[in-house]
Design a binder for this molecule. Structure first.
Ligand SMILES: Cc1cc2nc3c(=O)[nH]c(=O)nc-3n(C[C@H](O)[C@H](O)[C@H](O)COP(=O)(O)OP(=O)(O)OC[C@H]3O[C@@H](n4cnc5c(N)ncnc54)[C@H](O)[C@@H]3O)c2cc1C
Length: 379
């Protein structure tokens, strides 16, 4: 028998995250979107409330949440602002390689002090010439005694240049392709790390995305995750784990757009009656609501698979792809329901539509998700 009843703990954390989004995030979201800055006071408050580092086990200073509960929180925070939820949520992406492949000693050494304070982490995979095609990464890690020396340039890195902890993917032998890729834990204060260009984005603007430059960055061999050549596997396992949470954030964006559209359609009067009395508007709202519900079902199913330790690649890719497409189409429809006002920055749906686009691009574009799904179908 399948139950959709949330546990008492899930209800409590949903309430907490919802009220945090409504009282703390929504009032400042437009301002930080305009300024293109992370609201640092929100990071501090989120940390104090236990809304960060959510899937890190309690013994390492995290919240020890399961993935379904993490998805519930991610939906609420993204309902408030995708950029802010992304800045907080990037820790989940960056720390996942350590959770997946870290030894108990590495977890104790790196996760515990990191989680003790409000700090940001970054996952460094993408490069200017290696986006979807991860095998092409050219950042190198050359062994030098007990150290590796990392050189290269990563781009589009959320929290790049401002993170206290990095997980970095570099090749120890380019000729080996995927088999040369190795994952490293790199503290943010290691000499040789610097921030390159800070990106100016279409949406998702309250998060910080920048290039990260590695120049002769010396990392002890103890910071390698698993062993040389395991980096690609770790990156793919990380994305399997985090894509459903991107899906959850997409559900949050879509639900917000739906609720704003319902509210507006009841208030806006044209031809002597509220526009919601037109069947054309009602059908749009009905389709939008159905998409939000079905996206959430897929996201929760993927998270449930993760919590059971079952294979999640295919359903996780479906959840991310479908929920991101839903967020895009629902926000476009919300703008349509607002008419000309929807195109203006005075109303929230314009930002929601700009924000939604990134969900179809990061953590693997929706084309790449379709490749993952098709590979699974044809295997
Ligand atoms: C705001 C933002 C935040 C990000 N944060 C991070 C981060 O924290 N860490 C990190 O490592 N990266 C991050 N990224 C990078 C992101 O994951 C990549 O942008 C994404 O994987 C796509 O890579 P690309 O931009 O190089 O596009 P490309 O790989 O060049 O793709 C361009 C187009 O071609 C399509 N395409 C490519 N290959 C195929 C194929 N085989 N079949 C069909 N279509 C294909 C793609 O779907 C896309 O439509 C971020 C990006 C953005 C914009």
């Amino acid at each position: 028998m399948i139950s959709f009843k949330l546990t008492e703990e899930q209800e409590q954390i949903r309430k907490l995250a919802r009220s945090f989004a409504e009282k703390e995030i929504i009032p400042i979201a437009a301002e930080y979107d305009e300024k293109e800055e992370i609201p640092w006071h929100i990071v501090e408050k989120a940390h104090a409330l236990g809304l960060m580092n959510r899937t890190v086990p309690v013994e390492y200073g995290g919240q020890g949440l399961d993935h379904v509960t993490d998805a519930i929180v991610a939906e609420e925070l993204a309902y408030g602002c995708l950029g802010i939820s992304g800045a907080l949520g990037a820790n989940g992406l960056a720390l996942a390689p350590i959770l997946i492949a870290g030894t108990p000693e590495q977890k104790e050494k790196f996760l515990k002090p990191f989680c003790a304070k409000p700090q940001l982490a970054a996952f460094c995979l993408t490069e200017p010439n290696a986006g979807s095609d991860v095998a092409s990464i050219s950042t190198t890690a050359v062994r030098d005694g007990d150290y590796y020396v990392i050189n290269g340039r990563k781009c589009f890195i959320t929290n790049g240049g401002i993170a206290s902890l990095y997980t970095v993917f570099a090749t120890v032998d380019k000729s080996k392709g995927l088999k040369g890729i190795t994952a490293f834990i790199v503290p943010g204060d290691t000499p040789g790390i610097s921030m390159g260009r800070k990106e100016k984005k279409m949406g998702d603007r309250a998060s910080h995305v920048a290039e990260v430059i590695f120049e002769d960055v010396r990392v002890p061999k103890e910071n390698v995750l698993w062993s040389e050549g395991q980096g690609f596997k770790i990156a793919m396992m990380t994305l399997d784990r985090t894509r459903p949470i991107v899906g959850a954030a997409a559900v949050g964006v879509a639900r917000r757009a739906l609720e704003e559209a319902i509210k507006y359609s009841k208030q806006r009067v044209q031809f002597g009656k509220p526009i919601c009395e037109n069947q054309a508007i009602q059908f749009m709202l009905a389709d939008m609501a159905t998409k939000v519900e079905t996206a959430r079902l897929l996201v929760w199913y993927a998270c449930w698979l993760l919590d059971q330790g079952l294979p999640v690649s295919k359903i996780g890719a479906m959840a991310k792809m479908y929920a991101a497409d839903v967020a895009m189409s629902v926000t476009v429809d919300a703008v349509q329901i607002f008419g000309g006002y929807g195109y203006m920055r005075d109303y929230p749906v314009e930002k929601l539509m700009r924000d939604a686009k990134i969900l179809q691009i990061y953590e693997g574009t929706n084309q790449i998700q379709r490749i993952v799904i098709a590979r699974n179908l044809l295997a």
